[in-house]
Design a protein around this ligand. Structure first.
Ligand SMILES: [Zn+2]
Ligand SMILES: [Zn+2]
Length: 409
């Protein structure tokens, strides 16, 4: 079974005019939009909103006003909107994204990115990862499972572990974590579990299964096209969609209403999120299943829109056609200097060897494209490229959406 498609007709409301007053936000000019179209990486955009507030010190009213005009409320009605609730939800998503970044960039036996399928079950128990301390997320409390896990009481030496295990398993995940600690040490296995529990909790009761159907008022426009028949009478009719996946509106004159349209019918199960927050957590769930095979690059209009684009991690080199992916090197000494991991927007990497060099020297913060040979060895040298370095084909999609493109060109 494989039902995991977002209802392409699912819409949400944003506000073209947002004014912040002392007590609340006044919005007008409601506009329906398709989050599936304009917000394919909206979970990362929400995580950035949290960074904007915590790290870039942008005023909360500015962040929130911008968000409401671009994407609307996360859940509930605009009247109940509360900026602190918004930042709290953004912080939860932010934490998940930071952990995904750690998982995607962790080096394991020479391969970058922790591929669940490649990890030995013994390693999963003992592999310790450093992730941001969930106690430090603004407004987080024990309703957020990572917070709850990190603050569990310390294990008593003899409690709950069998005699045989206790000696091998001394590297258990940290408990009773202090807020002073920038990071939380957790085993890979516990981390996967707490990620899954969190996603499940956020999606529970907030997504329902439906059938893709034309039974939708938004697309009928009977007021403006009085000569056409309302489409809601044609459930399951397979009306063509445009390049963006939006249904094209067939015009049916009054005289022709009795005539068959000539379209076929289609029955397709789709997921309907209850609200924008549920949609964002569906994106989080999707990224969780894609680790470590995806990367995120900035949209060309990133300075303005803050959106990222999802790419397959491995793509062909335009010179040698071999499949290449990017890796970034950091010196381990960089990490000891930045004791406040929570303030880092970039993924943290372990020390790694410089590619293409027989000496084990390390370099700092450099991103290169590498190809993995059949024998598992990675190299950044390209035999067909003029400068001897691989280069990926420029992706066709460089803008997050057509509006962003027209605003910035
Ligand atoms: Zn190449
Ligand atoms: Zn953009």
């Amino acid at each position: 079974m494989r039902v995991e498609k977002l209802n392409p007709d699912w819409q949400w409301t944003r506000y073209q005019k947002v004014t912040a007053t002392r007590d609340n936000f006044i919005t007008s000019n409601e506009q329906k939009y398709w989050p599936g179209l304009d917000g394919e990486t909206l979970h990362r955009r929400l995580s950035r909103a949290y960074d904007d507030q915590r790290i870039r010190q942008i005023k909360i009213v500015d962040i929130v006003s911008n968000w409401l005009s671009e994407f609307g409320v996360l859940s509930g009605g605009i009247d109940e909107f509360n900026e602190h609730g918004f930042i709290q939800e953004a912080g939860h998503v932010w934490w998940m994204i930071q952990v995904f970044n750690v998982l995607r960039s962790y080096e394991y036996y020479g391969a970058v990115g922790l591929d669940p399928a490649a990890i030995d079950s013994t390693d999963a128990l003992t592999l310790m990862l450093n992730v941001p301390n969930p106690r430090r997320i603004k407004g987080a409390d024990s309703n957020f499972p990572p917070y709850e896990w990190a603050t569990r009481p310390a294990l008593e030496a003899k409690a709950s572990l069998t005699e045989n295990v206790i000696n091998q398993n001394f590297q258990a995940s940290e408990r009773n974590l202090s807020i002073k600690s920038a990071t939380w040490q957790i085993t890979y296995l516990d981390l996967l579990e707490v990620l899954a529990i969190t996603i499940r909790k956020k999606l529970n009761d907030n997504v329902k299964l439906d059938f893709e159907s034309l039974n939708s008022k938004e697309i009928t426009h009977t007021e403006t096209q009085s000569e056409t028949a309302p489409l809601r009478e044609f459930s399951f009719l397979n009306v063509p969609r445009d390049a963006n996946g939006i249904r094209t509106q067939p015009k049916i004159s009054i005289e022709e209403q009795a005539t068959p349209l000539g379209y076929g019918y289609k029955i397709d199960a789709v997921l309907c999120p209850k609200d924008l927050l549920a949609y964002i957590w569906l994106l989080v769930a999707e990224e969780f299943t894609e680790i470590p095979n995806v990367d995120f690059v900035n949209c060309k209009g990133f300075a303005d829109c803050g959106n990222t684009l999802k790419r397959a991690r491995s793509r062909p080199c335009k010179h040698c056609q071999k499949s290449v992916y990017s890796v970034t090197s950091y010196q381990s000494s960089d990490l000891s200097q930045t004791d406040d991991l929570i303030n880092q927007a970039v993924p943290v990497h372990l020390q790694r060897e410089e590619w293409g060099d027989s000496e084990n020297s390390t370099i700092q913060g450099v991103t290169v494209l590498v190809h993995k040979d059949d024998d598992g060895r990675e190299t950044d040298l390209c035999t067909k490229s003029p400068d001897e370095l691989h280069e990926q084909e420029t992706s066709k999609k460089e803008w997050c959406n057509p509006t962003c493109r027209s605003k910035n060109t």
